[in-house]
Design a protein around this ligand. Structure first.
Ligand code: IPM
Ligand code: MG
Length: 373
């Protein structure tokens, strides 16, 4: 029987998006060879600021539709500060993809790796392994780019909206509890923390109210609350006490950068954006045009996003081979850091994008006890 095949829509985008996507694709290809039991095909879609500059549109014709037809979407990075829409905002077709495919569940893992910079002096931070679950379609991003719906917008004042809906919030919280359960089965704590500002905003009190309703149907999972400002404090003070933290869009945008910083930098910040029928995977960092094409970018955030993508396709299609491949990639990166064999330039190391990629590939072969042909 032929191996099942899954299509990845690939949007390399701008700047280092191109470098880190190339790196990720080669790792995925090797993982596929080593583990077997599935085939990945690629459908490349042109989009981004560079594409906008050339063509006046931010994604190729039918690009959004084609992305939606794939089993998963992988995106490098989009945007160049100097190229903007007429309204002055940055080129961001990916925000439209989040909206169009209702990718409400933004998974942003924060995991410490040995020998990667540890920003916290407390030794307990060395085992940090938590996830920020960022709602990605509404909240304070609702009026941005896609909806462009400010209730007040004139020469003297502009207002944006914080939109929280019951439907999306229920799905988000249930996703948070399921994610915590999956992690609990892998030896993690099994705790969901609702991060909000319920003491000030009605929309945030509503967010917490729905959290409480959802918690009753997940009695095997512990839960707690934290206000977003206290969460920023606690992420620095005692991140090891948390597991899955669920929050609205803007809070997640901010705290996920803080989280990336805690474990090294944005080059470690992986991201998956998941909806009921689609998933988009991308590093949470930007296109870093200052180092584009110079083989300097840290590809790990992208590679780890690729591994989240494999896990997603595995769950969606009940194919454990892809989980095996995802675990192989993650274990290899952990193992490589432990041996101090992965030394990205982002952390002052001597290894560029290609050297990091090459090291991970040869270690994957070693971990699988397979010689490279
Ligand atoms: C992220 C990024 C994007 C966001 C920007 C580039 C629009 O910061 O993925 O966190 O704010 O969602
Ligand atoms: Mg961000």
């Amino acid at each position: 029987m032929q191996d099942p095949s899954y299509e990845i829509a690939v949007i390399k985008g701008d700047g280092i998006g191109i470098d880190v996507t190339n790196s990720t694709l080669s790792i995925l290809q090797e993982a596929e060879k080593l583990v077997g039991g599935f085939t990945l095909t690629q459908n490349h879609i042109l989009a981004g600021a560079g594409y906008y500059k050339e063509t006046g549109t931010d994604i190729q014709p039918n690009g959004e539709e084609d992305a939606g037809k794939a089993d998963a979407i992988f995106l490098g990075a989009i945007g160049l500060p100097s190229i903007r829409y007429e309204n002055g905002t940055e080129i961001s077709p990916h925000l439209r993809l989040r909206d169009r495919y209702q990718l409400y569940a933004g998974i942003r893992p924060i995991r410490a790796y040995p020998n990667a910079p540890q920003r916290l002096a407390d030794k307990r931070a060395a085992d940090m392994d938590v996830v920020i679950l960022r709602e990605s379609t509404e909240g304070l991003f609702y009026s941005a780019a896609v909806h462009n719906r400010c209730p007040v917008e004139n020469n003297d004042e502009i207002q944006d909206i914080m939109r929280i809906t019951r439907g999306t919030t229920q799905k988000l919280h249930n996703f948070a509890f399921s994610l915590a359960r999956k992690r609990k089965n892998r030896g993690k704590r099994g705790l969901v923390t609702c991060v909000d500002k319920a003491n000030v905003f009605k929309s945030q009190a509503f967010f917490r109210e729905i959290f409480n309703e959802c918690a009753t149907s997940h009695s095997d999972i512990e839960y707690s609350y934290n206000y977003v400002d206290a969460m920023a404090l606690d992420l620095v003070r005692k991140p090891w006490e948390f597991d899955v933290m669920v929050m609205e869009n803007m809070f997640g945008d901010i705290l996920s950068d803080l989280g990336g910083g805690l474990v090294g930098g944005m080059g470690m910040a992986a991201c998956g954006e998941i909806g009921d029928h689609h998933g988009l995977f991308q590093p949470a960092h930007g296109s870093a045009p200052d180092i584009m094409g110079q083989d300097k970018a840290n590809p790990l955030a992208a590679i780890l996003s690729g591994s989240l993508m494999l896990d997603y396709i595995a769950d969606k299609n009940q194919n454990p081979k892809l989980t095996e491949a995802a675990n192989l990639i993650e274990d290899t990166i952990y193992d490589g850091f432990s041996a101090n064999a992965i030394r990205p330039m982002e952390f002052g190391g001597d290894m560029g994008t290609k050297a990091v990629t090459e090291e991970i590939i040869s270690r994957m072969y070693q971990l699988q006890n397979v010689g490279r042909g």
